[in-house]
Design a protein around this ligand. Structure first.
Ligand SMILES: C/C=C/C(=O)SCCNC(=O)CCNC(=O)[C@H](O)C(C)(C)COP(=O)(O)OP(=O)(O)OC[C@H]1O[C@@H](n2cnc3c(N)ncnc32)[C@H](O)[C@@H]1OP(=O)(O)O
Length: 255
C-alpha cells in the first residue's frame, strides 16, 4: 500500500490518504482504497472506519495530471465506471464509514466523501464539484449523489457555477453532519467512530442495508421487519436487552 495508511485503534480503523500535495485520486489510489475495504470487510475486530487526508486537503479529486495520459473517451468512461464501482463498495460496506474533511473535498474527493455514510467537516473546508470548470462533468456518481443530499436546485447551482460550499454551508445544506474548527476535526471524528464501534456489528450492518436499500417503501418495511426479527434472535440482541434491564453497558460480540 503506497498511498493509504491503515491504523487500528480498538475496534475502529483510521484510513489516511497520503498522496501529497492534493491527495489526488489516481487509479492506484482508487485500487488501494478498494483493496483496503476488501481487507476490512473480513477483519472481525474492525466495526467502524474513519477516512481522512494527510496534508492540506482531504482530496482535490481525480488526478487531473493523469487525465492527459488517457487515450480515448472510451478509456475515460472506463475510468469513471471503475471509480463508481469503488465508491459503491464503500456506500454498501457493511460497517459505517465516516469521512473527516479538512481543506478541500473537490470533484472525486467530494464524490468519495459522499459515498461515506457520515461526513464531518472543518468549518472552512471547500466542498464542491468543479468539473464543469474543466469542460467535463463529475464521473464518480457526483451527479447522482449530490442532489440526494442538497436537492436538485442546489446541486445544479454547484455544478453550473463550480462554486464550492464551505464546511459550515455544507452542514446547513445537509451535505455534512457537523462542522468543527479544523484543529478539532480529527479528535471529534475519532470520538464518533469509537462511539459507533461500540454497537453490534450485526445491527450496524442491517441499518446500512436498510438506509441504502433504494427499493420501494413497502419493500423496505418488509426487509426491516425481517432484520428486526433476526436481530432479536441474535446473541447481540439478547445482550442489548439484558444489559438495559440489568442497568449495565452491553458487550456486543457480533453474533
Ligand atoms: C471523476 C472525477 C473527476 C475529477 O475529480 S476532476 C478534478 C476535480 N477537482 C478539481 O478541479 C480541483 C483542482 N484543484 C484546485 O482547484 C486547487 O488545486 C485547490 C483548490 C485544491 C488548491 O488550490 P491551491 O491552494 O491554490 O493549491 P494549488 O497550487 O492549486 O495545488 C497544489 C498542488 O496540487 C496539485 N493539484 C490540485 N488538485 C489536483 C488534482 N485534482 N489533480 C492533480 N493535481 C492536483 C496542483 O497542481 C499543485 O501541484 P504543483 O504544486 O505541482 O503545481
Amino acid at each position: 500500500m503506497e498511498f493509504i495508511t491503515v491504523t487500528k485503534e480498538g475496534n475502529a480503523a483510521i484510513l489516511k490518504i497520503e498522496r501529497p500535495p492534493a491527495n489526488a485520486l489516481s487509479r492506484q489510489v482508487m485500487q488501494e482504497l478498494a483493496s483496503v475495504f476488501e481487507d476490512l470487510e473480513h477483519d472481525s475486530e474492525i466495526r467502524a472506519i474513519l477516512l481522512h487526508g494527510e496534508g492540506r486537503f482531504f482530496s482535490a479529486g481525480a488526478d487531473i495530471k493523469e487525465f492527459t495520459a488517457v487515450e480515448s473517451g472510451e478509456a475515460f468512461t472506463s475510468l469513471a465506471q471503475n471509480g463508481q464501482e469503488v465508491l459503491e463498495k464503500i456506500e454498501n460496506f457493511s460497517k459505517p464509514v465516516i469521512a473527516a474533511i479538512h481543506g478541500a473535498a473537490l470533484g472525486g474527493g467530494l464524490e468519495l466523501a459522499m459515498a461515506c455514510h457520515i461526513r464531518l467537516v472543518s468549518e472552512n473546508a471547500k466542498l464542491g464539484l468543479p468539473e464543469l470548470q474543466l469542460g467535463l462533468i463529475p464521473g464518480f456518481a457526483g451527479t447522482q449523489r449530490l442532489p440526494r443530499y442538497v436537492g436538485t436546485a442546489k446541486a445544479a447551482e454547484m455544478l453550473f457555477t463550480s462554486t464550492p460550499l464551505t464546511g459550515d454551508e455544507a452542514v446547513k445544506w445537509g451535505l455534512a453532519n457537523h462542522a468543527y474548527p479544523e484543529e478539532q476535526l480529527l479528535e471529534k471524528a475519532k470520538e464518533m467512530v469509537h462511539l459507533i464501534a461500540q454497537k453490534s456489528p450485526l445491527s450496524l450492518k442491517a441499518a446500512i442495508e436498510l438506509l441504502y436499500h433504494g427499493g420501494r417503501f413497502e419493500e423496505g418495511l418488509k426487509l426491516e421487519a425481517k432484520r428486526f426479527g433476526e436481530l432479536f434472535d441474535s446473541n447481540d440482541g439478547k445482550e442489548g436487552i439484558s444489559a438495559f434491564i440489568e442497568k449495565r453497558e452491553p458487550k456486543f460480540i457480533g453474533e
